[in-house]
Design a protein around this ligand. Structure first.
Ligand code: NI
Length: 138
């Protein structure tokens, strides 16, 4: 584990109360852990803003009967194979499926693929979860 330093800083009492509430609600052991998480989130956000290679997962919920969408999903996974690393399919019930697609690549490419999938006929919901490659996080 990298060397840690102790620091002190000033903060309004009202903000300190909010910090303690958020730390508790997030299930963090202490404020340091919570603040480390905030900084890392901001660093990942910066990776996305600056167009650095990133990691993301798209979750899609879609109509099982929509053949066009299933075809498009397969097609994309073949043609965008440099970005799409893995995918998992779950049969939710007789009519609905979910697919989690893990991607690695440039943010603009990942966003384009996510938008393409989200716009397909038969997609009921799509959510993009953004992460980073972890290079600047320690
Ligand atoms: Ni299915």
């Amino acid at each position: 584990m990298p060397e840690s330093v102790r620091l002190s800083f000033s903060i309004e009492k009202s903000l300190l109360k909010q910090l303690e509430r958020l730390t508790r609600e997030d299930g963090c052991e202490n404020r340091s852990e919570f603040i480390r998480g905030l900084i890392r989130n901001r660093l990942v956000e910066e990776d996305w803003q600056k167009g650095r290679e990133a990691l993301a997962t798209i979750t899609l919920v879609y109509d099982h009967h929509s053949r066009q969408l299933s075809k498009k999903l397969l097609e994309l996974q073949h043609h965008q194979h440099t970005e799409i690393m893995a995918s998992t399919h779950i049969h939710l019930d007789e009519h609905r499926c979910a697919e989690m697609i893990m991607m690695k690549g440039r943010p603009e490419r990942i966003r384009r693929i996510a938008a393409l999938l989200g716009q397909q006929k038969g997609t009921l919901h799509s959510a993009l979860s953004l992460s980073g490659m972890g290079e600047h996080l320690t």
